[in-house]
Design a protein around this ligand. Sequence first.
Ligand code: ADP
Ligand code: MG
Length: 547
Amino acid sequence: MKNPSDTPDPMDVLRKKLAGFGEHSLRKTYYPELQQRLEELRESEAFLKNIVENIPAMVFVKEAAELRFVALNKAGEELLGYSREEMLGKNNHDLFPEEQAAFFTMKDREVLSRGVLLEIPEETIKTKSGVNRIIRAKKIPLFDSSGNARYLLGIAEDITERKHLEEQLRQSQKMEAIGQLAGGVAHDFNNILMVIMGYSNILKKDLGIDSPQKEKLEHIIEAADKAAQLTRGLLTFSRKQEIKTRVANLNDVVRQVEKFLVRLIGEDIHLTSDLVTTDLLVKIDSGQIEQVLVNLATNARDAMPNGGILTIGTGLMDIEALFVQSNGYGEPGRYALMSVSDTGVGMDEKTKSKIFEPFFTTKEEGKGTGLGMAIVYRIVKQHGGFINIYSEPQIGTTFRIYIPLIENELAENEKVATPEPPKGGTETILVAEDDSSVRTLVQEILTGFGYKVIPAMDGQDAVEKFKANRDTVKLIIMDIIMPKKNGKEACYEIRQLDSDVKILYSSGYTLDIIQRHDVLDEGAELIMKPVQPLELLRKVRELLDRE
Ligand code: ADP
Ligand code: MG
């Protein structure tokens, strides 16, 4: 680290002081003492350096004139992904995206001109790998002996994970509160409904078969019945009691539900299922998991008013630490996976972000209660699992539900062998993906293993980027559903330029659904989202190595 303060080099000081003395007397009288002092100075400098270096927060120093970095500690290197060599001498604009750089510069200037400490509770900073982190920073001016602010000292802490947890906590507290409220109301309301239904039914009997009043009474009973359904939903949603779990094969539960789903979804919707042959032993409350499937299937039905395909699948899934790290949710371990896909209207981002909120519905009045997904969420959480949604307007929706497997009850031979760690490479890969967070994620995974990545934002961009880099690009990872040109269209054009280039499609939908939409070539290679880092790396290497 360069020395940011104005402390002169101790050796210089010493040399100046010694200049007037004769060699001889010097050695005799002063040298041992000075030698000792110098040693002490060196030690204390090393000590201070060591402290700064090891502070578990990013510490950096910029010079005041052009705000170039002159010092950075280890935590800073780790947070930003840049080495000291890459950072020192550069300023905000050399390192960070325009908007971020402008913000940092504004704050830096404010600290230096006002000469006071500034706290920035939350700011976003892009790391070398292209991921944004949220940091909390303090910036402090360092003055020289004449009182001018010469340097800016910064201390920053990565609060990305904390923000994420806070958000989750807020969400679960909100659910809790709403659940309590809804549960209380529903309970009393249910009793009232029992009275209405009870007396209506007695009246109906008393009235005799052909009373003209009977039809009106039927309406009352029908309405009360609907209200009872609604309260049942509320009660399920707010039910606080522990779930009653036992070991079951998730495949059995799915098969059980399938039987009556056919009736639920009607004739225009085709039901297909794709279950793994392995037993998926999980500790679940079967009734609750059935409820999850029913709620998902009901929504799928509503999303396909003109018919379509509903696919239910199961699978075995290893969630790696890298998956959790890069996707920002889940816990590492082995999971039973249950997926429900439809070819319905799909959802935009806004709807997707609200889907688990109780009472959120986009359905017309009287149709939706907005409780289905809130119940799904609660049940899955109670089972220690998590949910992933993939949806695109007009294409369809896939829900994936992960429930922890019970490991020790799996027979030894049913265990999936631990796969080999993936190999990296140095080839250039074009990544076409419209979702910027997925694109960054894939890019980060690949560059982390040595590959060079050219990102493209949509199908059109992919074609252009390929044109410009056709000699270096060895593989294209192509999202199937993208704006401007979809994956298949983009590939068609790219194949005109180079018929041999390797293409790996990626999609959040099940294969079945993709094929129905005719967006995939025969024999095409496909990787499913959410992206499993190790699987992606393996697949990429395999394709690159293929003749
Ligand atoms: P409801 O079905 O009563 O509206 P839910 O909680 O079940 O309540 O769903 C909330 C909202 O989520 C729905 O109104 C809809 O906008 C959206 N949604 C859920 N599942 C799907 C799906 N498979 N396809 C499209 N939209 C869906
Ligand atoms: Mg619903």
